[in-house]
Design a protein around this ligand. Structure first.
Ligand code: B16
Ligand code: MG
Length: 217
């Protein structure tokens, strides 16, 4: 068996928080006086909070009009609304097959880490009651460099005490798949083949994943 650890992205793989990010970013766009659509929101997946704001302001045609302090204030405002939404989440929002997949890897002795860009990952894991499945949790507070930089996954491998080539990463965002590849890890894409490239396997969701098969990658 070549794989010793499975590293999971959070948003888009284990839970769909993108809808809450969207509602909060949309509210900010409304306050700033422009429309932000669900299609625009696709560009924010897997991207850091500040980079998301830059994309949003670009959509509104007002990127470059604000100071660093104003940009910080806007990300804080958006985050307060976002945290309001995710504070109400519970186990019913876990995406289909996620718990079975995590259990399946544990049963065959594969270590598990979280590799998320989100600074709110711990709150989400607590609300979903799945924190105990993770041997290491690397989130946006621990990793400072945004995907496609491989930092978040390399820190995960390090905390688990495994080599990058012994890891498989589950990701829904292209930046995340690129980060895993740059880090020298195997990749499982979650999503549609027309939206993603450069993966070892692709599934519609964790409900399609067979941990024993992935362990042989
Ligand atoms: P926060 P992931 C990412 O989560 C989201 O996909 C992305 O839309 C968000 O901007 C980023 O986390 C930062 O989140 O504002 O909560 O710190 O896919 O890396 O689990
Ligand atoms: Mg994601």
């Amino acid at each position: 068996m070549s794989i010793k650890a499975a590293l999971f992205d959070l948003d888009g793989v284990i839970v769909d928080t993108a809808k809450y990010h969207f509602l909060a970013w949309q509210r900010l766009a409304n306050e700033l006086g422009f429309v932000f659509t669900e299609k625009d929101n696709e560009r924010l997946k897997g991207v850091s909070r500040m980079r998301s704001l830059e994309i949003l302001l670009e959509v509104g045609g007002i990127l470059g009009s604000f100071s660093e302090a104003e940009m910080n204030e806007m990300t804080e405002r958006k985050n307060r609304w976002y945290v309001d939404y995710i504070s109400k989440m519970d186990e019913s929002e876990i995406l289909e097959g996620s718990v079975e997949c995590l259990k399946g890897f544990r049963e065959i002795g594969i270590k598990i880490a979280l590799g998320s860009a989100s600074k709110n990952a711990m709150l989400i894991l607590n609300n979903l009651k799945i924190k105990h499945y993770f041997d290491a949790i690397i989130d946006g507070n621990k990793a400072t460099r945004a995907k496609p930089h491989p930092e978040v996954f390399l820190l995960g491998a390090k905390e688990l005490g495994v080599k990058p080539e012994e890891c498989v990463v589950f990701e829904d965002a292209q930046a995340g798949l690129d980060a895993a590849k740059i880090g020298g890890m195997k990749t499982v894409a979650i999503g549609k083949p027309e939206n993603l490239v450069g993966y070892d396997r692709i599934f519609r969701g964790l409900f399609e994943v067979n941990p024993k098969e992935i362990a042989q990658l």
